[in-house]
Design a protein. Structure first.
Length: 226
């Protein structure tokens, strides 16, 4: 024989079996690595709780009573808020003052809202009508007590019926308008052409409001005040 080195062919079934075993070994190794990583994170958290329980208590109190982050699941508030944005909500705002027109608010899903994804418990919209106000919509423009609203955040989109304003809500699109009941507000999405809002489910009870969204924190390219 000459000095040439030859690579012997590996039986196809044997090679396949070897590949499977190698892949399984790699997966086990990666799973073990991830488990160890998760365990380290938990240990760091537990150490932080043990070393500074007061800080943890403060964080819990802040989330329960002061501030909370929410994820935007739909384009109904575009372009002010787009899908997957993260916002911070001030839960104390309306303990200090009344709800204001133009506020962007997070609220619990009202019982009358049945059209959206029922896995989403909280919604976000902009306050348009306040308690006792007469809201009417004519030629795509919202009027409050007979005065046309200036709504730059809709970027010129018309406010139309869309076929969901039934019963008393149909009055929104009549000259007589719809009167917002006491203790309630009328909310709409900024993306008027793609928003299931107060035109469909009516005014919401102020007790359902979680708080006022005041800043976008994620993504960085969209961060800023509201």
């Amino acid at each position: 024989m000459n000095g040439t080195n030859y690579l012997l062919p590996v039986d196809a079934d044997l090679k396949s079996e070897m590949d499977v075993k190698l892949g399984a070994a790699i997966n086990v190794d990666l799973t073990l690595e991830q488990t160890m990583s998760d365990a380290k994170v938990k240990l760091v958290f537990l150490d932080a709780c043990r070393d500074n329980p007061f800080a943890v208590l403060i964080a819990v109190v802040i989330r329960m009573f002061l501030l909370q982050t929410f994820w935007i699941p739909s384009p109904s508030m575009a372009t002010t808020l787009v899908k997957d944005d993260r916002v911070v909500v001030n839960k104390l705002s309306y303990r200090l003052h009344d709800v204001r027109r133009g506020d962007v608010v997070v609220f619990h899903r009202p019982p009358s809202e049945t059209s959206a994804d029922n896995t989403i418990n909280d919604l976000i919209k902009r306050v348009v009508g306040l308690p006792g106000e007469n809201v009417s919509i004519s030629a795509g423009v919202v009027h409050i007590d007979g005065r046309a609203m200036d709504e730059p955040y809709t970027h010129g989109q018309q406010t139309l019926d869309g076929g969901c304003s039934q019963g008393d809500l149909a009055k929104l699109f009549t000259p007589g308008g719809f009167v917002v009941p006491a203790g309630h507000v009328l909310v709409m999405g900024d993306n008027r052409g793609n928003s299931e809002d107060g035109r469909c489910f009516g005014p919401i009870d102020e007790d359902l409001i979680v708080g006022r969204a005041f800043v976008v924190i994620w993504p960085p390219s969209h961060a800023g005040g509201l």
